[in-house]
Design a protein around this ligand. Structure first.
Ligand code: 4AD
Ligand code: MG
Length: 492
């Protein structure tokens, strides 16, 4: 037995740690290297142990080969799935298939053991439900490693895109006193005592004694403040967390999600649609070019997952789907035209839609998906919705019935973007706000942009998790955000 730990410690101090991504792309046989990472699997044979080490930099593992005659049996015994290791050694051409290089270990140090009887992430296939319950450790699986590397890449690409176009990143507040969507789905923010709040004379909680001196909530959207920025800086975008207390237990809804909201002065609805389409295609192309390893893994995963489904229910290969969407022109039709199409559709005539179809209804995801997946077979932008089902700030059309709204609908997702041209005429805006019981006085600052230097302007909101769902091909929005918040669930 060699006792190399002192010697190993010295060489470790001298050596620069390399990430596995770097090793696998630029490493050469004979290179002496230091790596640190977590054990994915260990395979024992008579003379050597093969340790698959992953450090999160890339989906691939580095195969570490440990000669059993060199290392203490106790040390090898403790190298289990989940343990953290620091290893020095020499790169060699790999004997096995699947990788170009492997590492012949010269010194192995266990940084942190992982008790195999208690560590939940075993080297076998776990269900996504099980991994959701172990969300603190699920980053250590290939699937979630891939998802969160792609999520990072998409966030970076969003900033890159807007920066290159001259948009400014505006940080709009998380705590607000207004309801941007007017839908009343807000989480209250208060420091008042829950059981014994100070009371007004008529027995109601006295919000003048609350932290902000009035009722406040977590924001549902940064748009209203975003508009203020756009009306001076020209083109801005927000990218932050938004909160909705809607009781939707679906695979598309979160109570806390991230939204990207560009807002542009002098853009009309057509300019807005052009931007949304270009932006989405840019992001998809960015993923195809920069996340190919992770996408290939997820595409293969999806294929395996769908093996048991009948042929006609299988979805398109993930990479094909992404290229297809990035290369096709999005269909642009009005809401009214969409209702016509739906009323003439087979599922409508066969009573196969769960929800009714009539001019004036809010489209359900079954309707959106019919339009996108069956009828047009490409992304669709629907415009000019009935004003009754849209927010107060949307530009009113001359017909008195519709507003200049736009929703971008994607295959498998349904609505990925919602936006509109904004009502820039003070009187029309005030009238609509009164009709909808939006407190005009409290929003004096919003009205001021219509009083001073008002101009045509537009914007939209992209749901970040819905984008990640689409790009990764994952089926549940809870699997594309690190720690999902949903009704009755706020673990971790
Ligand atoms: O359509 P929404 O509600 O639009 C707005 O909030 C506007 N203020 C945006 C704007 O014009 N600046 O939401 C925008 C997008 C939706 O299209 C969807 O992708 C996503 O946000 N979204 C959600 N994502 C996850 N969970 C939820 N509960 C979501 N609600 C909306
Ligand atoms: Mg919407």
């Amino acid at each position: 037995m060699r006792n190399k730990s002192e010697q190993g410690e010295q060489s470790r101090r001298k050596m620069r740690r390399l990430k596995i991504k770097e090793i696998l792309t630029t490493g050469q046989p004979g290179d002496k290297i230091l790596v640190k990472g977590w054990v994915r699997t260990k395979r024992e044979s008579k003379n050597v142990n093969f340790i698959a080490l992953n450090d999160g930099s890339v989906i691939h593992n580095l195969q570490v080969v440990a000669d059993t005659s060199v290392y203490d049996a106790k040390l090898l015994h403790d190298i289990n799935s989940g343990a953290a290791l620091s290893v020095t050694g020499v790169l060699a051409e790999s004997q096995g298939s699947g990788q170009r290089l492997e590492m012949i270990a010269e010194d192995i140090m266990i940084l942190g053991k992982a008790d195999p009887d208690r560590y939940p992430i075993q080297p076998k296939k776990h269900s996504l439900e099980f991994l959701r319950e172990n969300a603190h450790l699920r980053f250590r699986t290939n699937t979630f490693g891939a998802v969160f590397r792609i999520r990072h890449a998409m966030a970076f690409a969003i900033h890159k895109y807007f920066n290159e176009k001259g948009f400014y990143y505006l940080h709009t507040p998380i705590i607000t006193a207004s309801d941007a969507e007017g839908a009343g789905q807000m989480f209250r923010v208060t420091t008042l005592h829950a059981q014994n709040p100070p009371l007004t004379e008529d027995g109601k909680p006295d919000f003048t004694r609350d932290f902000f001196g009035k009722p406040t909530n977590l924001t549902v959207s940064g748009q209203l403040e975003g508009e203020l920025g756009a009306m001076a800086l020209g083109e801005i975008y927000t990218f932050g967390p938004t909160f909705r207390a809607e009781n939707s237990n679906t695979t598309r809804h979160l109570a806390e999600f991230w939204m990207i909201e560009p807002e542009m002065a002098f853009y009309d609805l057509k300019d807005n649609m052009d931007l949304a389409e270009e932006f989405l295609k840019y992001l998809i192309d960015y993923a195809l070019i920069n996340c190919s390893d992770d996408l290939q893994f997820l595409a293969e995963r999806l294929k395996q997952e769908e093996k048991n489904k009948p042929m006609n229910q299988r979805s398109m290969d993930l990479l094909e789907k992404l290229s297809f969407v990035s290369q096709s022109d999005f269909v642009r039709i009005t809401y009214t035209e969409a209702i016509e199409i739906l009323k003439n559709s087979k599922p409508y005539k066969k009573n196969a839609f769960q929800f009714p179809v009539d001019w004036g209804i809010d489209l359900q995801s079954e309707h959106e998906r019919y339009l996108v997946e069956k009828h047009f077979q490409r992304p669709v932008i629907l415009t000019d919705y009935p004003k009754e089902i849209k927010a107060f700030y949307m530009k009113q059309n001359d017909d008195g019935k519709t507003v200049r709204a736009m929703d971008v609908l994607f295959p498998q997702i349904g609505e990925i973007i919602g936006g509109s041209q904004r009502e820039e005429e003070l009187e029309k805006l005030e009238k609509r706000m009164k009709e909808m019981n939006i407190p005009i006085e409290e929003m004096w600052w919003y009205m001021d942009t219509r009083r001073f230097g008002s101009a045509v302007h537009s914007g939209f909101g992209l749901g970040f998790e819905r984008l990640i769902l689409f790009v990764t091909g994952m089926g549940n929005i809870r699997d594309v955000i690190a720690f999902p918040r949903t009704p009755k669930y706020a673990e971790f």
